[in-house]
Design a protein around this ligand. Sequence first.
Ligand code: FES
Length: 139
Amino acid sequence: MENGTLRRNIFQRILGICATKEPTDDGCWTYENGIVTVDLSRAPELFIQNGAIRLEKKDNLPERLLVFKSDDGQYHALRNQCAHAKRRLDPVPGAQQVQCCSVGKSSFDYEGKVISGTAGGDARTYPVVLENNKLVITL
Ligand code: FES
């Protein structure tokens, strides 16, 4: 597996400013009874490979989520929290990894297994099913 690094400047890394934004259409997703549903027709960020959104602070979602489309066109969902100091994660194009936005740059594979960096544990992943142009993520 190729080891990659997301291009972020030192200030972004010190401050923990991730590359992934919240969706432009906040109505593209809901959370209810342990299920996150993302309507792809309202989430243009996920049309493209390595496109990503972060979901947080709505519908009593119990934890932050990173949702992205990988290089191979598959969708993935991870708890958006590095195991080191809880900073957010971003996908790394071309590397089949996600990487912490902090100076430590901990990296994880798509199964959440830590590959490098200071994270002392893996990142939690969730199953994603595509149904009728909606992503169904079971927490
Ligand atoms: S918070 Fe991720 S490496 Fe420190």
